[in-house]
Design a protein around this ligand. Structure first.
Ligand code: SOE
Length: 387
């Protein structure tokens, strides 16, 4: 009889919804080594939680995360809370012997990340940070092509993550705009993703030179007390200081000699959740645009000179040709944002049963934080900073 992993999920807003869909769908589409029971959903607001439990498919609710951690029935803790609580919950979960999945950014500081890594290792539990974009089929396929040497030695990693949800000055001062809760703004929220993709696709960052900017310095305080998903809400009359970046940009060098150019902003009107990546190598280039997420564009410099151009690879070929897609539909039936969480959770479940590491681990989250802190230091000192 296959084991059943009982999951406790802390946080139920946007990421809670995305992860719930992942927990629900993974067992139906992927050959998991265990059954998954969506046992407890945890949050502060009991009424909202009861509604979310029904909508998202959880059998129990709790308004106390320590109750979830201390429940001997729970095998896995999935953390989707605001950033300032990740470390405390993850360390407690690890010490209680739970396998831990945590949303990005891993924590508020490198020191907190280190404590999380140490706790997970000491407990011998499987630990993963949910950088879901690694498991976009086109991104995973790009990784495969790079490992096969298709584009040769890498010269450039160019990445932009652009949104526009806070361009309105009347948008309230949600938790994502408060350093004490979020740690940073666009930097830790979305730069973290393209930093992770740089580490996944290219290599380790060696040195960075960055800048950060806050375009709107004051915003109306939220007229609700709760910590929502931080992506919406209504503002009152009283204004408060924005204490995080609206945009974070940096150039950098990788240890393998490639150079980097990253930009994360929440002020690119018209760009709702736009990740664009281009990697240039000695034998070719790869290009990816999340707004067209099932395609990977490849320029092959080894092609005959009268046939060169960016090939448009539709990454939907089953039979092992393209990652993950064979578990879903026949060729051409494209996938979406939500599938990246299903892929992430499927790999996490199997790693838990195998007792093997699954990337990105908490150590990846800590390396990510090191890059982010180096960029923040550089933005202040206006100097290059070694990671
Ligand atoms: C808000 O910027 C957000 O929800 C991020 O927190 C997620 O990590 C990203 O995938 C979508 O946008």
């Amino acid at each position: 009889m296959a084991k059943t992993l009982k999951v406790g999920m802390i946080g139920y807003r946007f990421m809670g919804k995305a992860h719930s869909n992942g927990w629900r769908q993974a067992p139906h589409f992927f050959p998991l080594k265990a059954n998954v029971e969506m046992h407890t959903i945890c949050g502060r607001n009991k009424e909202a939680l009861e509604q979310s439990a029904g909508e998202l498919g959880w059998s129990h609710i709790s308004t106390q995360w320590k109750e979830v951690i201390n429940n001997p029935e729970i095998d896995v803790v999935d953390i989707n809370t605001p950033n300032d609580s990740h470390a405390e919950i993850a360390i407690a979960a690890a010490k209680a012997g739970k396998h831990v999945l945590c949303e990005k950014p891993l924590a508020m500081t490198v020191e907190q990340c280190q404590e999380m890594v140490d706790a997970a290792k000491a407990a011998g539990v499987v630990h993963m940070i949910c950088h879901n974009y690694r498991r976009i089929p086109a991104i995973a396929h790009a990784k495969k092509m790079i490992l096969e040497g298709t584009i040769g030695d890498i010269y450039h990693y160019r990445a932009r993550y652009a949104q526009d949800w806070i361009v309105d000055p009347d948008f309230p001062l949600v938790w994502r705009l408060q350093k004490g809760i979020s740690g940073s703004g666009a930097h830790g929220d979305i730069n973290a993703h393209i930093i992770d993709l740089g580490r996944y696709l290219v290599g380790e960052f060696e040195e960075v030179c960055g800048m950060m900017n806050t375009f709107i310095k004051q915003r109306p305080l939220e007229d609700t007390s709760g910590k929502g998903d931080g992506l919406g809400g209504a503002g009152g009359k009283v204004m408060g200081d924005v204490t995080v970046d609206d945009a974070a940009l940096f150039i950098g060098k990788f240890t393998n000699g490639a150079v980097a150019n990253l930009e994360a902003t929440r002020f690119a009107l018209g760009r709702k959740n736009n990740i664009v990546i281009e990697i240039n190598g000695s034998k070719g280039s790869l290009f990816f645009d999340f707004e067209d997420m099932n395609r990977l564009k490849w320029f092959d410099n080894t092609a005959a000179s009268d046939r060169q151009g960016f090939t448009d690879i539709l990454v939907t070929q089953p039979g092992g040709d393209h990652p993950f897609v064979g578990q879903w539909w026949p060729p051409g039936h494209i996938l979406g944002y939500e599938h990246t969480f299903v892929h992430t959770l499927a790999d996490f479940v199997n790693a838990v049963i195998d007792g093997t590491p699954v990337q990105p681990t908490f150590e990846d989250g800590m390396r990510n934080q090191r890059v982010m802190e180096a960029v923040e230091e550089s933005a202040v000192s206006r100097q290059w900073v070694k990671v």
